[in-house]
Design a protein around this ligand. Structure first.
Ligand code: PMP
Ligand code: GLN
Length: 400
């Protein structure tokens, strides 16, 4: 038996590491784990080099460099219209992942229930458990991933402490609408529940969709923790510069936890992200980012549809879900194994985002944070799929 605390029960290697390992082992094109295969912008890299050379290399203040907190606050207000106090309402964290960990450790007591929309980013379940909380999934239904308002209302009860809302949503590409957020907000207020939002894809939206932070809805600022990260926005997922915006009492609690998780986040990368956020606000960078992703989304959509895999709607994030139910695989894990070993393209089985994997429909998540050449190479491999011996093909042949 592998030694480990009880809180690790059922937690193996994440699906992202597993699929990247298989992609390397089989020489597959990796459209699994979500990370860009193109370099982040030069102005961001140069800012980090300059910060290292300027000897910004010792511990930052625990809750973040003042320059970065100021631009985070300014950028939120400019984009979403709600003022943020950089002194009392912003904490810089080591990615959104640490932001969530700090928020849950700071605010959730053992036995508290935390509502999550299923499918959910895989870290949520583990992190709720680490805090001693009890996850309470509420289903999002394909194809447009709406939730049943009655199911959501039924999930709120006396033990509910928080609800986690990820918009734009990984893996579905859903952008929660104002009406949906208003419903969540009303329930949070009725039951005196906190909201933790994960908005790491807020700059990656399509087809005129707009991002609405739940914190900006009436009555929600006092009870919302807004998490974000620069990993997706600046294509630097390895830097892990994120933040939590929350009203002063919640920020104080988050900072207390954060002090003893990482204490502080890498100083030169904080400085570089301050420069990046200042530049982005003035330069039209966000519009360019969304336009570039829109082109990649279209290229991948075409590739999947030519391969006989219709895609579900995607208004945000850099993932497309493809409907593979026609190929005859019993579940999405066997489908993704086949794709990586036989077709040579790695994807993520969304069942990794379900508390009970058996509830997942047979879909595959493909990441299009890739160069157009990478998407084209994947398209060529996927184009062979209609002629391959998938379970549906074999079953059909056996019947004749
Ligand atoms: N939340 C979501 C929805 C994500 O997709 C990811 C990573 N791709 C994260 C959080 C983690 O962000 P970070 O790398 O900043 O910790
Ligand atoms: N969030 C990324 C994804 O959804 C992966 C991050 C990770 O590997 N932990 O693919």
């Amino acid at each position: 038996m592998v030694p480990g605390a009880r809180r690790l029960e059922g937690l193996g290697v994440t699906i992202f590491s597993e699929m990247t390992r298989l992609a390397i082992a089989h020489g597959a094109i990796n459209l699994g784990q979500g990370f860009p295969d193109f370099p982040g912008p030069d102005f961001v890299k140069e800012a980090a080099v300059a910060a290292i050379r300027a000897d910004l290399n010792q511990y930052a203040p625990s809750h973040g460099l003042p320059r970065l907190r100021q631009v985070i606050a300014r950028s939120f207000e400019q984009s979403y219209g709600h003022p943020v106090d950089p002194e009392g309402e912003v904490t810089v964290t080591t990615g959104a992942t640490e932001g969530l960990h700090a928020a849950l450790l700071a605010l959730v007591d053992p036995g508290d229930e935390v509502i999550v929309f299923e499918p959910f980013y895989d870290a949520y379940l583990a992190q709720i458990r680490f805090a001693g909380g009890v996850p309470r999934p509420v289903t999002l239904w394909p194809p447009d991933w709406r939730f049943d308002p009655d199911e959501l209302a039924g999930a709120f009860g006396p033990r509910t402490r928080a609800v986690i809302v990820n918009t734009p949503h990984n893996p579905t590409g859903k952008a929660f609408t104002r009406d949906e957020l208003a419903l969540i907000a009303a329930l949070c207020q009725e039951h005196d529940v906190l909201a933790i939002t994960d908005e790491v894809y807020d700059r990656i939206l399509y087809d005129g969709a707009v991002h609405i932070p739940l914190a900006t809805l009436p009555g929600m600022w006092e009870r919302t923790i807004t998490l974000n990260s620069t990993g997706k926005t600046f294509s630097m997922t390895g830097w892990k510069i994120g933040w939590a915006i929350a009203p002063p009492p919640l920020t104080q609690a988050i900072r207390t936890a954060h002090q003893f998780i990482t204490f502080a986040t890498a100083t030169p990368f904080q400085e570089a992200m301050a420069v990046a956020l200042e530049h982005a606000a003035e330069s039209g960078y966000y519009a360019e980012l969304a336009a570039a992703y829109s082109e990649r989304r279209e290229a991948l959509r075409r590739a999947l549809e030519l391969a006989g895999l219709p895609v579900l709607p995607c208004l945000g994030s850099y993932f497309l879900l493809a409907d593979a139910s026609g190929l005859g695989f019993p579940d999405d894990v066997s489908l993704c194994r086949y794709l990586v070993t036989e077709v040579g393209v790695a994807a993520i089985p969304p069942s990794a985002f379900y508390a009970d994997p058996a509830r997942a429909p047979v879909l595959a998540r493909f990441c299009f944070a890739k160069r157009l050449e990478t998407i084209q190479a994947a398209a060529e491999r996927l184009a062979r799929l209609p002629d391959m011996n998938t379970p549906a093909k074999l079953a059909h042949a056996a019947q004749r």
